[in-house]
Design a protein around this ligand. Structure first.
Ligand code: F6P
Length: 354
C-alpha cells in the first residue's frame, strides 16, 4: 500500500479534523504511506480532486490547529445527489490512483459509500461520526460528546434567564429521528421535561409537571428540551424545505411552547430557542479528541492488515472494528425507551413522556 485517500461526508461535527490528523500521523509515521484528502466527499472524486496531506499542512507557527478546530478542513456534503453518478465517481477514484479509502460519515453517507465501494471494488474502512449518535453497534460516534457539551452549556445559560423571568424555556435540539442528544443533554443540563421521538408524550402531562414544580418546589421556571424529530400530539412532524428543495426538521419547539402556554392553568409564559447548527460547531471535547485519535489509528491499522469493509466502533471504552454491513442493517439506532438513561431521567423527576 502506498497511497490512501480520506474523506469526510454528511453533516460536519467537532472532531473530524482530529481524526484526519490521527490518520495522517499514523499512516506516515508508522507505514510511510501517502495520504490524500478528497475535498467534499464524492464530489471531490467526481471532479478528480485530491490534496496531499502531511505535517506541513497542519502547522501554523509550529502549532497544530487541527486538534482544536471544529468542522472539516476537507469540506463535506450532506445530500445524496451524486449517487446517480456512481460510475463517474468510481472512475474518479481510479484516476486518482487511490489504493484504499478511509471514509468518515454518518449512517446515510456510509450507506452511499459502501454501495460505491462494493460496485467499484474499493478497499474501504469507515469511521462513525454524527452528533445524532444513531449509528448502530458503536456506543459513541465522533462529535456526539462535543455536541452534548455545547447544548449543556446553552442550557446553563438559559436557566439563568428563565429563572429571572419565571418563564418556560422550550429548547429544540438536533438528532433527526432519534433522541440521544436531547436525552443526554437534558439530563446533564437540568431539564424538567425531555421530549424524544421514541416516547409519546401529552401536553396535559407537561403542563401538570410544570404546574407542580411551581406549587410544590417553588420553582417558577422550567426547561423543556425537545428533539427536532418529535411530532405534534397527533403525529405530525415539523419540517421546512431548504434552499435546495429538501425537507429538513425544525420548529416543533414552537408548537410545544404554544400548546403549553394555551393549556396551562395560568397561561404560562413560554420562549423558544432553536439551537440549530451551533450544536455542530465549536471545539471538540477532550473525549472526542481522544476517541478520534484511537479511531484514526485503528482505521489505518485495519487497512494495513487488509481488513476491509469494516467500521471502527467504540465499545466498552475502547476501539474495535465491526462489519460495515451489520452497522448499516441496524442503523439508525434509537433510544431504548426502557433503557437505563430513560429510567435515570425519571428518577430525577424529569417528565419524559408515557
Ligand atoms: O445528522 C446531523 C444533523 O445535524 C441532524 O441532527 C440535523 O437534522 C441535520 O444534520 C441538519 O442537516 P443540515 O446541516 O444539512 O441542515
Amino acid at each position: 500500500m502506498k497511497k490512501i485517500g480520506i474523506l469526510t461526508s454528511g453533516g460536519d461535527c467537532p472532531g473530524l479534523n482530529c481524526v484526519i490528523r490521527a490518520v495522517v500521523s499514523h499512516a506516515i509515521l508508522t507505514y510511510d504511506w501517502e495520504v490524500w484528502g478528497i475535498p467534499y466527499a464524492t464530489k471531490g472524486l467526481l471532479e478528480r480532486k485530491a490534496i496531499p496531506l502531511n505535517f506541513q499542512n497542519f502547522s501554523v507557527h509550529g502549532i497544530d490547529p487541527l486538534l482544536s478546530l471544529g468542522g472539516t478542513i476537507l469540506g463535506s456534503i450532506n445530500k445524496g445527489d451524486t449517487l446517480d453518478r456512481s460510475d463517474e465517481i468510481i472512475a474518479g477514484y481510479q484516476e486518482l490512483g487511490l489504493e484504499a479509502l478511509i471514509v468518515i460519515g454518518g449512517d446515510g453517507s456510509l450507506a452511499i459509500l459502501n454501495h460505491l465501494a462494493q460496485k467499484g471494488n474499493w478497499k474501504l474502512v469507515a469511521i462513525p461520526k454524527t452528533i445524532d449518535n444513531d449509528i448502530a453497534i458503536t456506543e459513541k460516534a465522533l462529535g456526539f460528546d462535543s455536541a452534548v457539551n455545547t447544548i449543556t452549556d446553552s442550557l446553563n445559560r438559559l436557566i439563568c434567564t428563565a429563572a429571572s423571568h419565571d418563564r418556560v424555556m422550550v429548547v429544540e435540539v438536533m438528532g433527526r429521528s432519534v433522541g440521544h442528544l436531547a436525552l443526554h443533554s437534558g439530563i446533564s443540563g437540568g431539564a424538567d421535561v425531555i421530549l424524544i421521538p421514541e416516547i409519546p408524550y401529552s401536553i396535559a402531562a407537561i403542563c401538570e409537571k410544570i404546574t407542580k414544580l411551581r406549587q410544590e418546589r417553588d420553582r417558577k421556571f422550567a426547561i423543556v428540551v425537545v428533539a427536532e424529530g418529535v411530532t405534534t400530539e397527533n403525529g405530525k412532524p415539523s419540517t421546512y424545505t431548504d434552499s435546495l428543495g429538501q425537507k429538513r426538521l425544525r420548529g416543533i419547539s414552537q408548537y410545544i411552547a404554544e400548546q403549553v402556554s394555551h393549556w396551562s392553568p395560568n397561561s404560562l409564559e413560554t420562549r423558544v430557542t432553536i439551537l440549530g447548527h451551533v450544536q455542530r460547531g465549536g471545539l471538540p471535547s477532550a473525549f472526542d479528541r481522544v476517541m478520534a485519535a484511537a479511531f484514526g489509528k485503528t482505521a489505518v491499522d485495519l487497512l494495513a492488515k487488509e481488513q476491509y469493509d469494516r467500521m471502527v466502533a467504540w465499545q466498552n471504552g475502547q476501539p474495535v472494528s465491526v462489519p460495515l454491513k451489520d452497522v448499516l442493517q441496524q442503523s439508525p439506532r434509537s433510544v431504548n425507551p426502557d433503557g437505563y438513561l430513560v429510567q435515570t431521567a425519571r428518577s430525577l423527576g424529569i417528565y419524559i413522556g408515557e
